[in-house]
Write a protein that binds this ligand. Structure first.
Ligand SMILES: NC(=O)C1=CN([C@@H]2O[C@H](COP(=O)(O)OP(=O)(O)OC[C@H]3O[C@@H](n4cnc5c(N)ncnc54)[C@H](OP(=O)(O)O)[C@@H]3O)[C@@H](O)[C@H]2O)[C@@H](O)CC1
Ligand SMILES: Nc1ncnc2c1ncn2[C@@H]1O[C@H](COP(=O)(O)OP(=O)(O)OP(=O)(O)O)[C@@H](O)[C@H]1O
Ligand SMILES: [Mg+2]
Length: 369
């Protein structure tokens, strides 16, 4: 489980800790992580103040810390098994972008759970993805009785449930569409994920669902929401009952995350802002002036991978400080921006989302080691 009070409570432990010789290496590592996240060298007494205000994260260092080494002793699956829940008649690009980005970053297996219409199309984009044509939209069951519809829903849930515990993280929403029957099934998939503590990233139409049923994510510390401008506006209106305040965007984001019970929110924009209701971090590395569709989908797939990696880091005896969701968001945001910048250098105005995906592992990118 993620430390609910994130860095602040962990820092409380850190500052009250008496540094015995056996724990000194742990302390050094914790201080290194704090310096890294704050992007500057600061003394221990100043840490709490530094962590409670917004600061630009040092995304490059976070990437280095979070990315596991390529160890020949590790088996297939240990570098991450990700599942994207999305893909319908209209949208096949978004789930593909999220799922393939997860693989390009270094996950071992990437699944997509989508409708039958979308499945063949997504499979044809890539043989690397494991595609499950299990989701149903209203039009395909319009002649069914209520009883038959319930059976279809149970079947969909059964198909997802048998895989659930194997996944390190889900990405819920890219290209999901807004069909009511399908979204009802997806709410139940979220309940299944919460039952077995599988983290999930909610994006795109998943955010439409969650904004209208906030209890689906409320107080689930393993939920990460990645809203764009529109999706954020809808969340603020619904949860805080007010309009977006760009003058006080950090405070507003912190309140929003707190109000939803400490979920992590990555607000996308000119600078990405990240908060879990306690701390606020920003990633403003220069990216690209191209705003072609699909870049948010790369981000959601990337957050899933880095969050899984950061969780592995957390379970190591050496570290008790990191909040994996925040680390995952910082790493993903930094990597996407760097890749977008590299892609733009090469392709200029012709840059497409697939060009950015090609740059995720580029020689001069963050993953070159
Ligand atoms: N290739 C695919 O399959 C892709 C599929 N996708 C999937 O599509 C689904 C819906 O997601 P979405 O992002 O299109 O919906 P939403 O956020 O409501 O935007 C809709 C409209 O809002 C506007 N608008 C947007 N940004 C704005 C801004 N900064 N500031 C101001 N206005 C802004 C803009 O409207 P316009 O300017 O045309 O009036 C935009 O057209 C979802 O499932 C997603 O995953 C995408 O991932 C893309 C790649
Ligand atoms: N105005 C901006 N300037 C620079 N970078 C931006 C800007 N807006 C967004 N980004 C970058 O693009 C990434 C994707 O954000 P965007 O707002 O395009 O998501 P989205 O609308 O959900 O995308 P998608 O088309 O995949 O649904 C963000 O993480 C951010 O790094
Ligand atoms: Mg989006």
């Amino acid at each position: 489980m993620l430390a609910k009070h994130g860095f602040i409570s962990a820092l409380g432990r850190l500052t009250s800790h008496s540094p015995s010789s056996s724990s000194s290496s742990v302390l050094r590592r914790q201080e290194f992580l704090v310096r890294t996240l704050c992007g500057s060298r600061i003394h221990r007494p100043k840490l709490i103040r530094a962590m409670s205000s917004t600061s630009e994260a040092d995304a490059e260092n976070v990437l280095r810390i979070v990315t596991p080494s390529l160890d020949p002793k590790r088996h297939k699956g240990q570098a991450g098994k990700i599942a994207v829940i999305g893909g319908c008649r209209e949208y096949t690009g978004a789930p593909y972008f999220a799922a393939i980005s997860a693989l390009k970053i270094g996950a071992d297996l990437s699944h997509v759970f989508c409708t039958k219409d979308a499945a063949t199309v997504i499979k044809s984009y890539s043989p690397e993805l494991i595609v499950h044509p299990v989701l149903e939209e209203s039009y395909s069951i319009s002649q069914f009785s209520e009883e038959e519809k319930r059976k279809v829903q149970d079947k969909v849930l059964g198909e997802v449930d048998k895989w659930m515990e194997r996944f390190d993280c889900l990405v819920i929403g890219p290209g999901l569409g807004r069909d009511q029957f399908l979204l009802e099934c997806v709410s139940k998939i979220m309940v299944l994920a919460k039952k077995v503590n599988v983290p999930f990233v909610v994006d795109g139409d998943g955010l439409f669902l969650v904004t209208n049923s906030i209890e689906l994510v409320k107080s689930y510390p393993l939920a990460v929401l990645t809203p764009n401008v529109n999706e954020y506006k809808r969340l603020v209106q619904k949860v805080l009952n007010c309009e977006v305040d760009e003058q006080n965007s950090e405070d507003q984001l912190r309140s929003l995350a707190k109000q939803i019970g400490g979920v992590t929110i990555l607000k996308k924009g000119k600078s990405d802002l990240i908060s879990n209701g306690e701390t606020v971090r920003s990633v403003g590395i220069y990216g690209s002036p191209r705003r072609c569709g699909g870049q948010g989908d790369i981000l959601s797939g990337s957050v899933a991978v880095f969050l899984s990696w950061a969780q592995q880091l957390k379970s190591s005896p050496e570290s008790s400080l990191e909040n994996p969701a925040i680390l995952g968001c910082i790493a993903a945001s930094g990597l996407l921006r760097k890749a977008a910048s590299l892609a733009f250098t090469k392709h200029k105005r012709s840059t497409l989302t697939s060009d950015i995906i090609e740059c995720l592992g580029e020689r001069y990118g963050f993953l070159s080691y």
